[in-house]
Each structure stands twice: as C-alpha cells, then as structure tokens.
Write a protein that binds this ligand. Structure first.
Ligand code: SF4
Ligand code: SF4
Length: 346
C-alpha cells in the first residue's frame, strides 16, 4: 500500500478530474424529526453537494450495483418463436466518494457470493467492475457495532481511502488508477509525524465504539438454540415489513417475476430484491409457505447472516452498520437479539 498526504483544499480538484464519470456520494436529503440530517447516497454533480463529514447514511450505495429492481431479459414473439434479448445493464463508470469502511466491507462480502462463487452474477459484475471507490473514515455512532464484526476498517475493496487529520487527509492508495489520478493533486509522502497523527486518530476513534456483539462461538450457539423460545419472543414483535433487508448493505436475496403482455407478444424476466422477513418469501408454487410464522422468518435471517454465511465463507454476512436496528419500527436490533440468543438478556 502507498500512503500520501494531501491538503483538504485539494479534494475538489480530484472531484473535477473524476467528473466525466458518474459520481455517487453522501448527499443530504432532508432532516428527521430531531432535525438531524438524513443522508443517502445519490448522484452528485457539484463538490459542494457532498457531505463528506456525514455520520451515517440511511441507505448504503447498494442500489447502484444491486438495484431493487432489474430487468434480466426481455422476449419478443418473432414469427412463431420467442426472441430473447439479454442486457446486463452496464452503466457509465461510477466513482463512489466517501464510502465508510462498513459499506466497503459489505461490498467485499457481496463479491464473495456474486462475483467469486460458483455462480457469479453477470449483472452484478457488469456494474461492480466499473466502480472506483474513495473510502472515508467515520465517527462511530451509538448503534455501530462494526468493531465487533471486524469491519471497522477496510483493508481492500477500495481504490483510495481518506482519513481526516484536521487540515489534511492521510491517503491510502490501493490501485494504479488512484495513484495516477492523484497526480493531478498536490500530495507529499507522509512524515513520521503524519504516521503518528494517523495512529492517534485511529486510537481516538476506537474509543468511541459503544455498541457490541459477542461473536465468540456464535455459530455453535446458534446450532444449540435453533428450537429455543427466544426466536418466538423476537418474532412476535416483528411486523414482517422487510425494512431491515431494504436498508441492509449485504442483503442480496431476490425473486424473479415473469411478466407477459396481454397480447402474448412480449415478456420480461424482472428481478426484485426480496426480504426473508416478508410473508411470501418462502411461498412456493401451489401456495405452500415453508415459513409461515414471523419468528421462523426472522430466525432464518439471523441464521443466514451469522451461521450459514460463516460456514460458507468463514465470515459473517453482517458488517455491524446498525441500520436495520435503527430503521426497525419494532425496535429489533442485532446486538439485543444476539445477546438474548446467548442468554445474556431476558
Ligand atoms: S425485524 Fe423490524 S424491520 Fe425487519 S421485518 Fe421485522 S419489524 Fe420489519
Ligand atoms: S444485518 Fe443490520 S447491522 Fe448487519 S449489515 Fe445488515 S443492516 Fe447492517
């Protein structure tokens, strides 16, 4: 890894150099009832729109590489047969400005399934390979438990990563593209003092994490409590609204719908992101639903994230961003659910 120092005043220059691409970054969408800024990732056309000091974003940038809805293929009736057209929906190269470590790690986890597994998705890969990522350090919020999940720092999955050191950024460079683009800015090599400044900033940030999840032996414990009443307790509270999956940067489950025109001349296969908490998630042809009860669906969400994915990839599918708990109207959040599964709370 190469390290550089650049003054904060240089960053707009980088934005200008990159502006021939789509730029996606944290943008203020409004304020909540406590007058706090609501931040979400959006297309940015001017550097001043970027809220680089944002604390957390309601939604990760997931929709840009894993859209909620995507047409996989279309069909036209030609003479007496269907003619198929497949479009992987490749967009312009996109620059992601200001992604936090949790969202970069979420992307790395999605890569394991959608890019590197036995059945990679060409739709995901067409967008993922077109991304340039500028990471940004963050201020831990009371609901962030990324440190427990080992995702509070990003070691790969970005092109460059900026850490705020007051008037300047400590820049980590991982790709040749980032190195070349940085030549448009005034930068310098870090001194011993900069290294110490970086380490002090990291140590200071580490002190601010409060929320925790104990992941020790969690896969084993989940095997032990599969039939335990604790799932009923949380399941009875669950509204089966699917919001948790909607805001989650790592949820990728989906359904595919066949849409056929009334005159039977055109058709489309359309993919929708789904949520395992929605009532019809496990409904199959003929109408049988394998997970009719909300506690069974909630349980499977936790088993996918903290049990099945760990078995397959030796890491959890949760990055500890805390978004699901913040968005859940029923107050269901990962630290409390896991604590009660471990018998630590009523
Ligand atoms: S856990 Fe919360 S957000 Fe998720 S489906 Fe249940 S009520 Fe909705
Ligand atoms: S399960 Fe919740 S805390 Fe974990 S990555 Fe998804 S939204 Fe974030």
């Amino acid at each position: 890894m190469i390290f550089k120092i650049c003054s904060k005043e240089e960053l707009p220059k980088l934005f200008d150099v990159l502006s021939e691409n789509h730029i996606v970054g944290p943008v203020k969408q409004g304020v909540d009832k406590e007058d706090q800024a609501i931040i979400s990732f959006d297309i940015v056309r001017d550097f001043s729109q970027l809220q680089l000091d944002y604390s957390s974003a309601k939604f990760s940038p997931k929709k840009y590489f894993l859209p909620h809805q995507e047409t996989l293929s279309t069909f036209d009736m030609a003479e007496s047969d269907w003619r198929e057209k497949v479009d992987f929906n490749i967009g312009k190269p996109s620059v992601f400005f200001g992604m936090h470590a949790c969202d970069i790690n979420a992307l790395n986890k999605l890569d394991k399934v959608l890019l590197e597994s036995v059945y990679p998705s060409p739709y995901y890969s067409s967008k993922r390979r077109n991304m340039f990522i500028i990471g940004m350090d963050c201020e831990p919020q009371p609901f962030c438990f990324c440190r427990s999940m080992g995702t509070d720092t990003a070691l790969h999955g970005f092109d460059m990563f900026l850490t705020d050191l007051g008037e300047k950024y400590f820049v980590e460079i991982l790709s040749a593209t980032a190195f070349n683009w940085l030549k448009n800015l005034e930068t310098r090599d870090p001194t011993e003092e900069d290294h110490l400044g970086y380490m002090a900033a990291v140590a200071e940030r580490n002190k601010k994490f409060t929320a925790q999840v104990d992941t020790t032996d969690l896969t084993k414990i989940l095997d032990m409590v599969f039939q335990a009443p604790v799932w009923q307790k949380w399941g009875e509270r669950c509204l089966s609204c699917g919001t948790c999956a909607n805001v989650c940067p790592t949820c990728y489950c989906y359904g595919v719908e066949e849409q056929v025109s009334l005159d039977l001349q055109r058709a489309a296969k359309v993919k929708h992101l789904h949520s395992c908490n929605l009532i019809d998630f496990a409904e199959v042809a003929g109408g049988h639903n394998f997970r009719q009860e909300s506690h069974v669906r909630l349980k499977y969400r936790y088993y996918h994230k903290h049990r099945g994915f760990v078995e397959a990839f030796e890491e959890s599918l949760c990055v500890g961003c805390g978004r699901c708990g913040e968005a859940c109207l029923a107050g269901i959040n990962v630290p409390e659910v896991i604590a009660s599964v471990r018998g630590e709370e009523d």
